[in-house]
Write a protein that binds this ligand. Structure first.
Ligand SMILES: Cc1ncc(COP(=O)(O)O)c(C=O)c1O
Length: 338
C-alpha cells in the first residue's frame, strides 16, 4: 500500500511523514532510540546547536525497485561521513551500524511514503545531530540528539535531464582549513547569499573556487563538480575544503569500470575549463545536473550545449540511476536492502 500522492509531480519540500527516529545522548551514552510520530523538538535555549552551530546532517535516499523491494544506496558511506562531521565539530559519534539500522527502521515505518517504482521519485532521508542541553560558554555540548526523518521527493528533472547555467561566485563557502569537508550547517548558511545572488541573475546556482587561491573549481552549489575532457578523461577536483560526495565517488568508479574512461581527481583550474567537452554537478538530490554554460567574470563559457545533454553525462546518469532503482547490477556492497 502506498499513500495517495501525485508521485510524479513531487518537488523537494518538507512533507510530514508518519515516523521519525530519535535517540538522545546523555552521561556519555546513547539511549536505545525510538520511532515517534512527534515532529517537534523541545530543547534547551542554551543548546550549542542554536548558538555555535554545533550540528551536522546527512542526505540520502531509499528507492523502490521493480519487484517492490526497497534499496538504500551506499548508506554506510553516509554513516561514515557523519562520523567525520561529528569528529570535526567535537560531537558525540552515532555508531555507524546503528545509523544504518535506524535508517532502515525509518524507511520501514514510512513504507507507504516510498514512491512507486517507475515514477522517478524516491524517499529522501535526513539524518541529523544537534548539540543540546543547558550551556552558554563556547564549548562542546554534553548532550546530543540524533534523529532521522523522511519525505518523498520528486525526480530533480521532470521530463528528463536538462542542462542549466551557473556563475562563479566571489564568495567562499568554506575556509582553507575550515569545515568545508564536513556536512555542517554553517557551510550552508554561508552559501545562502551567494546562491540567492546567482539565482537573481537567472543562474541555477553559484560555483565556488578554492578559498585559498581562487583559481580552482571546488563545488557547484550543494554538489560536486566533474568534467569530461576532450580526450575522454573524467576529471573531478580534489581539495580538503570540498564535501566528499558519495555520488561523485560513485561516478568516478563507474566512469572507470563501466564506461572504461580514464579518471583523474586533482586540481581543476578555472583558466583551463575549455579542456572539458562536458561538465556537470553531482549529488544525491540531482544525481547529475549538467552544466550548460558557466559565467566566469565577464566571460560565458559553454561546455557541451546549453540545451542538450552530452553523451558521456547521459551514460553516467543512466548507469547510476539504474543501479539505485535496481535495474542494473550494482557493484559489490553498493545496495543495502531495507
Ligand atoms: C556541499 C555539498 N557538496 C556535495 C554534495 C553531494 O554529496 P552526495 O553525493 O554525498 O549527496 C552535497 C550534498 O549532499 C553538498 O551539500
Amino acid at each position: 500500500m502506498t499513500k495517495d500522492l501525485d508521485w510524479e509531480n513531487l518537488g523537494f519540500s518538507y512533507i510530514k511523514t508518519d515516523y521519525r527516529f530519535i535517540s538522545r545522548y546523555k552521561d556519555g551514552e546513547w539511549d536505545e532510540g525510538e520511532l515517534t510520530t512527534d515532529n517537534q523538538l523541545h530543547i534547551s535555549e542554551g543548546s550549542t546547536a542554536l548558538h555555535y552551530g554545533q550540528q551536522c546532517f546527512e542526505g540520502m535516499k531509499a528507492y523502490r525497485t521493480e519487484d517492490g523491494s526497497i534499496n538504500l544506496f551506499r548508506p554506510y558511506e553516509n554513516a561514515s561521513r557523519m562520523k567525520k562531521s561529528c569528529e570535526r565539530l567535537l560531537m558525540a559519534v552515532y555508531p555507524e551500524d546503528k545509523f544504518v539500522e535506524a535508517v532502515k527502521k525509518v524507511v520501514r515505518a514510512n513504507e507507504e511514503w516510498v514512491p512507486p517504482y517507475g515514477t522517478g521519485s524516491s524517499l529522501y532521508l535526513r539524518p541529523y545531530m544537534i548539540g543540546v542541553g543547558d550551556n552558554i560558554g563556547i564549548k562542546s555540548a554534553d548532550e546530543y540528539i540524533f534523529s532521522i526523518f523522511a519525505m518523498p521527493v520528486g525526480s530533480y528533472f521532470k521530463g528528463g535531464m536538462k542542462p542549466s547555467n551557473f556563475v562563479v561566485s566571489g564568495y567562499d563557502r568554506a575556509a582553507p582549513k575550515g569545515t568545508g569537508a564536513a556536512k555542517v550547517g554553517g557551510n550552508y548558511a554561508a552559501s545562502l547569499l551567494p546562491g540567492k545572488e546567482a539565482k537573481s541573475r537567472s543562474f541555477s546556482d553559484a560555483v565556488y573556487l578554492d578559498p585559498e587561491t581562487h583559481t580552482k573549481i571546488e563545488e557547484v552549489g550543494a554538489a560536486n563538480f566533474f568534467g569530461i575532457t576532450k580526450d575522454d578523461v573524467f576529471v573531478t577536483p580534489k581539495s580538503p575544503s570540498i564535501l566528499p560526495s558519495i555520488t561523485k565517488y560513485s561516478l568516478l568508479w563507474l566512469a572507470e569500470n563501466r564506461l572504461n574512461l580514464d579518471t583523474l581527481e586533482g586540481d581543476v583550474y578555472i583558466s583551463d575549463i575549455d579542456q572539458f567537452k562536458e561538465a556537470g554537478a553531482c549529488g544525491t538530490a540531482a544525481v547529475i545536473a549538467p552544466i550548460g554554460g558557466l559565467q566566469v567574470e565577464d566571460d560565458f563559457h559553454v561546455f557541451y550545449s546549453e540545451t542538450e545533454v552530452g553523451p558521456v553525462t547521459k551514460r553516467l546518469y543512466n548507469e547510476l540511476v539504474g543501479i539505485q532503482f535496481g535495474d542494473i547490477a550494482a557493484p559489490e556492497g553498493w545496495i543495502e536492502k531495507v
